[in-house]
Design a protein around this ligand. Structure first.
Ligand code: PNS
Length: 161
């Protein structure tokens, strides 16, 4: 039986931090489904389709990765995909409280659901999609944080070229 994990998120947009977690998850699971949340609570810069397209592009060389847009409850989606674990990246302690809460809520909703936290690699400790958006808004160089394709999309979206 295939060991499937789901890596859910807003991915607004995908960063090198996300890609690091995706690559490391692929060592542990037979298949990783990257699940892009359709309507995020936070207002997103990119549409779900745009976020999906960027993920498609930057993971095109990775094997066993599938990208989907999802809505509704994550635990229902997990069941639908027969996935055994939710993957979440953890950066600083500041992430912990919210992540812990989500993991416990998901466990309460479905006791079979496991959440696996992966420590971010040290070099991405400070990195977040919001930070990247801010950098590009103020015409900074984001190429250390996101792939060139994503950087170009950010510049287009923010009308910087
Ligand atoms: O990248 P993000 O914005 O931190 O990801 C948050 C995400 C997508 C994991 C979370 O909002 C989520 O799972 N939403 C789906 C709705 C749901 O299941 N909510 C209850 C558990 S928190």
């Amino acid at each position: 039986m295939k060991r499937i994990a789901v890596y859910p998120g807003s991915f607004d947009p995908v960063t090198y931090g996300h890609l690091d977690i995706i690559k490391r998850s692929l060592v542990l699971f037979d298949q990783v489904i990257i699940a892009v949340l359709r309507n995020t609570m936070k207002k997103s810069l990119f549409t779900a389709q745009e976020r999906y397209d960027m993920l498609r592009e930057v993971t095109s060389t990775l094997p066993n990765v599938q990208i989907e847009v999802f809505g509704g409850l994550l635990v229902d989606y997990m069941k639908d995909k027969s996935a055994i674990a939710i993957i979440r990246g953890l950066r600083a302690v500041s992430d912990f409280e919210h992540e812990f809460q989500m993991a416990l809520v998901n466990k309460k909703l479905d006791s079979k659901v496991e959440t696996l936290f992966m420590m971010t690699s040290e070099r991405y400790l400070y990195l977040s999609s919001s930070m990247v958006k801010e950098i590009v808004t103020f015409k900074g160089n984001a190429l250390n944080f996101v792939p060139p394709y994503v950087s170009k999309k950010l510049e287009e979206k923010l009308n910087l070229n």
